[in-house]
Design a protein around this ligand. Sequence first.
Ligand code: SF4
Length: 155
Amino acid sequence: MKKVAISACLLGEKCRYDATDNHNDVLLEKLKDAELIPFCPEDHAFGSPRPTMDLIKTETGVRAISNETGQDLSGPVEAYAKDFFDTHTDIDLFIGKDRSPSCGVCSARVYSEAKVLLSENEAGLMAKEAKKRGIGSIDAEAYIARGGFTHHVKL
Ligand code: SF4
């Protein structure tokens, strides 16, 4: 059975910033024969509900910055990601929630420090770690559009 690491909110966990979920029946139907291993770095690090954060291009690289306090929140998310992939070493595929600064695979938005949109096809912090480790990774919407496991593209 294929092992799929997947954003927990897509499975119905109420772990979004506003304590809601992104439950997706179409996606889950396509994954019914896979072993799903859920993750949510932001809920783990900050709880739900929580203030939102955006990816900002800074002098020290792209960082996740709190929209409430301006604090750099990247550290706990990156630490969770490392620990998750150190623990689950046999992941066949990573499916991330589109546009999330943590989980988006090719859909996260990056802004300048003045909040000008620089890009909307970047990897979020957890997806970046998956890619760094050579794990095939795809956004949920793209996975649905491609019709499931047999057509996923290893990035
Ligand atoms: S997109 Fe990622 S960080 Fe955001 S709620 Fe879903 S699993 Fe958690």
